[in-house]
Write a protein that binds this ligand. Structure first.
Ligand SMILES: [Zn+2]
Ligand SMILES: [Zn+2]
Length: 410
């Protein structure tokens, strides 16, 4: 089976299953679960995979699962979806609003999960009909937001024997039916930084007899990002942005400690490696100027997702095949972090941005309580993911071998 037939097969599959997939997504949306607590979600996916005749295997912690479809000696392609939600209140007024207070699928992982489920069901059908020239490893990964779920999947053999891996993410700035692609780095490194400052405390009438901790903290908050902009190559786009700050309890008392937390994002690997030492040195110099003590807790996050060029070409072919000419749009490297990067440090693959905006509609950003998608993105996503797996399998070669010209396959 090649491109033309695939479109007809997908049409028939979605005519039968699209409504049900939308209902599945809404159920997940109403019952979001945080990183490494996705027990219900895991069970729901496992039930549906089993009903499709597949044999899912739940990861040892009880959240997330791996499943394989197909057999034979062909290549093995992995498709990955993340299944966790965010600790954010759902601010939407919709019938499928989150029923869990303070937890919401505001990053669209319910949509990714549903797309991979639909893709799994379609591929299971193809395998039964002898139309799958290889194996597809389905990775329903827990805890992307922590991050760390990718490492958990890898620790349990999730990508051993896999030749290429693909994944996607909702993009509310791209229209439905379109896919944003880019070779090379597409997301950024993202680390977390927590600092604590301490001093003797005292009366606000006599700052000179103690250390004016709130003033010093404010200096640190503004000076660190400013100094970094002059100490690091601007092309690395290293950026420190604070998200939380806390100090003091009374208007006329200088507190004896305070904290600030933020993220460090970076497009460039060299600058990413240098960041912790540089930030520590800057922090110590500003703190000492105002007589306070400062300590830093720096947590390394994920490296940038760096897309393999040949894999991006496969995504582009798949998008044209499944969604039509003009489906591929360019996308830029974002400052967002994504733990899919861990897979790409070991095997080639690529990550795509799936359009989820109604044409002319609002684009509520991800990680906002108002985030939602045009649900027709689910059908488009299934078409795209299924076509991606098949395109990569049809190529019939492992990375490093010579590909037959893709045009011949259409
Ligand atoms: Zn997210
Ligand atoms: Zn996400």
């Amino acid at each position: 089976m090649r491109g033309r037939e695939l479109r007809g097969e997908l049409d028939a599959f979605l005519a039968e299953n699209e409504q049900d997939l939308v209902a599945f997504r809404r159920d997940l949306h109403m019952h979001p679960e945080l990183a490494f607590a996705e027990y219900r979600t895991t069970q729901k996916i496992a039930d549906r995979l089993t009903a499709a005749g597949l044999h899912p295997s739940v990861l040892p912690r009880g959240t997330g699962l791996i499943c394989e479809v197909g057999s034979g000696d062909g290549p093995t392609i992995a498709l990955r979806a993340d299944i966790d939600a965010l600790a954010l209140p759902d601010e939407k007024d919709v019938p499928y609003r989150s029923t869990v207070q303070g937890v919401c699928h505001a990053c669209g992982h319910d949509v990714h999960t549903t797309i991979l489920l639909g893709t799994s069901m379609f591929l299971a059908r193809q395998a039964r009909e002898g139309l799958l020239p290889g194996r597809v490893r389905l990775l329903f990964q827990p805890a992307e937001e922590l991050p760390g779920g990718a490492l958990e999947v890898m620790a349990h053999g999730g990508i051993s024997g896999v030749d290429r891996i693909f994944g996607l993410h909702c993009d509310p700035r791209v229209d439905i039916g379109q896919v944003g692609l880019k070779a090379g780095p597409i997301t950024s490194a993202c680390d977390k930084l927590a600092i604590r400052v301490s001093g003797p405390g005292g009366h606000t009438a006599r700052p000179h007899l103690t250390a004016d901790l709130v003033f010093a903290l404010a200096k640190i908050l503004t000076e660190l990002p400013a100094a970094l902009s002059r100490r690091v190559d601007p092309r690395s786009s290293l950026s420190l942005v604070w998200g939380r700050v806390e100090a003091g309890s009374a208007a006329n008392a200088i507190p004896d400690d305070g904290i600030a937390e933020g993220t460090v994002r970076c497009l460039d690997e060299a600058a990413w490696h240098a960041a912790p030492d540089l930030i520590k040195a800057l922090l110590e110099s500003v703190a000492s100027a105002y007589g306070v003590e400062a300590t830093m807790d720096y947590s390394r996050g994920v490296p940038p997702v760096v897309n393999d060029e040949e894999s991006v070409q496969m995504l582009a072919e798949a998008a044209e095949r499944a969604l039509g000419a003009g489906a591929v749009v360019p996308t830029q490297q974002s400052l967002g972090g994504e733990d899919f990067a861990w897979y790409l440090e070991s095997i080639p693959g690529a990550f795509a941005r799936l359009g989820t905006r109604s044409p002319g509609g609002l684009d509520h950003d991800i990680h906002q309580g108002t985030f939602d998608v045009d649900e027709s993105a689910i059908g488009h996503g299934v078409r795209f993911m299924a076509a991606t797996a098949l395109t990569a399998l049809w190529e019939g070669h492992r990375p490093g071998q010579v590909a037959e010209p893709l045009a011949e396959l259409i």
